[in-house]
Design a protein around this ligand. Structure first.
Ligand code: XMP
Length: 507
């Protein structure tokens, strides 16, 4: 498949470049900035993009690509820090400038193939500290802003371009069209990336592996799709294992078992390990420690299962691309935000190879794959649920009483959203509980009870999220039901923080 390779210099937006390109059906892959020329050659890309990044090209430890890459006879686009790398490499001058964040008016100066058809000017998103002071010879300015006289430059003959702004973020007007100009018109890449193509290619690849596969299924869309893809490739050589870790939602364990047994023909086993998980989590209050423990226990359960029912050679998981990026085990230098249990910290004693057929996909791409594989609509509508389950929604120690409150309150939130017709319009909705208490009054009695926190968010891919402006009537009903139906609760709060700076889950 024809592809564009994006070198990751550490910008939080790097993955968005790939995402935008894939949206117009060209495969784009993010690779570390220090990829070797041989490896890059093997990927046989139609063009290369240098992402942005937090460094300055003059820093001693500034990430730099292999010099050989500049000699490749391929179109090259540098974005922000990537732009400065190009200016620096081809003999121009980069200088420290006043930091510029936010939207600037970019005026076009010359047709070059990159900004053609975009209009005379657009609002472009800037986020940089350095800027091009002198451009290299053989380059010309193709666009400028008030603060940056060389905000877009090109060596048209060599098809090398540099832009100071970020076309990948939605705040840049016509940003996707600029990427389209580069990918389709300059690189002449074919639009071959479709989910049908992905299914075909992945099934073929998996059908070539040797040995049996143990697939962790959680009942969520990601692991279900992973299991169905693998089933399509190798049938009964795969066994799906669903672990009840004691951190599931109300009635979830039974519902998932029923769903698998009634809808799909793959080998399915449910393992009840709730006591094992909850005893390991006893007394633990630190969020990252909880995640690590849950992750390790999952692997322990799978390894034990494999010993008993094996031999298995592979452990399959429904890991997605955003999980990989946020865990900092992506190929580039993006910072670790949370260690997602299904990616980080696999212990050395694990002697199963890891199979992650969805690790290149975004959530909406997985939904498309699910439809192709005939996954029931009801499952498609289910909200994502974190691998570590309710352990990340219970602040402080996980106790049976907090678990029960969290379960009942979350059920109420879900029911009321369905009732109001908004459940499938929001990204996630749940209740969390911690150790905070507040005074209430019941009848004539003072009651010192728990505070339940309700969180409902809108999002497209979980990388960013906004809190949902639920109608007051819905909020009121949720609050009344939680305090009336759950004895220990006196207060209900609603989260009005977006991601960033918050995250979707509280821990
Ligand atoms: P945050 O809280 O990081 O969550 O904004 C982003 C999305 O990821 C889900 N999430 C997880 N999913 N394993 C998972 O499979 C995890 O460890 C994990 N932690 C968070 C979260 O529910 C949201 O959809």
């Amino acid at each position: 498949m024809e592809k564009i390779v994006v070198l990751d210099f550490g910008s939080q937006y790097s993955h968005l470049i790939c995402r935008r390109i894939r949206e117009f059906s060209v495969y784009a892959e993010l690779v570390p900035y220090d990829i070797s020329p041989e490896e890059l050659q093997k990927m046989n890309p139609k063009g290369i993009i240098f992402s942005g990044g937090p460094s300055s090209v003059y820093n001693e430890d500034a990430p730099k690509p292999d010099e050989e890459l500049f000699n490749f006879d391929l179109p090259l686009l540098g974005i922000c820090y990537g732009h400065q790398l190009i200016v620096n490499k081809f003999g121009g001058k980069v200088k420290r400038a006043n930091k510029e964040y936010g939207s600037s008016l970019l005026s076009m100066d010359k047709n070059s193939g990159l900004l053609d058809g975009i209009g005379e000017s657009i609002r472009a998103w800037m986020s940089h500290g350095d800027e091009a002071e002198e451009i290299p010879s053989n380059f010309e300015v193709i666009g400028h802003t008030e603060n940056s006289h060389a905000a877009a430059i090109a060596n048209i003959d060599r098809t090398v371009f540099g832009i100071q702004f970020h076309p990948e973020v939605v705040h840049t007007e016509r940003g996707t069209d600029i990427l389209k100009n580069f990918v389709l018109n300059v690189c002449k890449a074919k639009q071959e990336w479709t989910m049908e193509g992905f299914v075909e290619k992945t099934v073929k690849e998996i059908s070539e592996i040797e040995g049996n596969v143990l697939c962790g299924v959680s009942g969520g869309i990601d692991s279900t799709v992973a299991a169905l893809l693998i089933h399509k490739a190798i049938g009964d050589r795969q066994t799906g294992v669903f672990v009840d870790n004691g951190l599931l939602r109300l009635d979830e364990s039974k519902e998932i078992e029923d769903m698998f047994k009634n809808n799909f023909s793959l080998n399915f086993h449910r393992v009840d390990s709730s006591e094992q998980f909850l005893s390991k989590l006893k007394g633990i209050t630190d969020p990252e420690q909880k995640r690590k423990i849950v992750g390790e226990e999952f692997i322990r359960v799978f390894t034990e299962f494999a010993k008993q029912k094996g031999p298995f050679k592979w452990l399959a998981q429904g890991t997605l691309y955003p999980d990989v990026i946020e865990s900092g085990v992506s190929k580039g230098p993006a910072a670790v935000i949370k260690s997602h249990h299904n990616v980080g910290g696999l212990p050395e004693w694990l002697n199963l190879k890891i199979l992650e057929p969805l690790r290149e996909l975004y959530k909406d791409e997985v939904r498309d794959v699910a439809r192709i594989l005939g996954v029931p609509e009801k499952l498609l509508k289910r909200h994502p649920f974190p691998g570590p389950g309710l352990s990340v929604r219970i602040m402080g120690e996980i106790t049976p009483s907090k678990l029960a409150i969290c379960r009942k309150a979350s059920k109420i939130v879900e029911e009321e959203l369905w009732d109001a017709g908004v459940y499938d319009k929001v990204w996630q909705a749940y209740a969390a509980v911690g150790d905070d208490k507040a005074v209430g009054v019941v009848g004539d009695e003072r009651k010192y009870g728990r505070i339940v926190t309700v969180r409902v968010v809108d999002s497209i891919d979980a990388m960013t999220a906004d809190w949902t402006r639920l109608p007051n009537g819905v909020l009121e009903k949720i609050s009344n039901r939680i305090t009336n139906e759950i004895d220990e609760v006196t207060w209900v709060s609603y989260v009005i923080s977006s991601k960033p700076p918050a995250t979707i889950e509280p821990q």
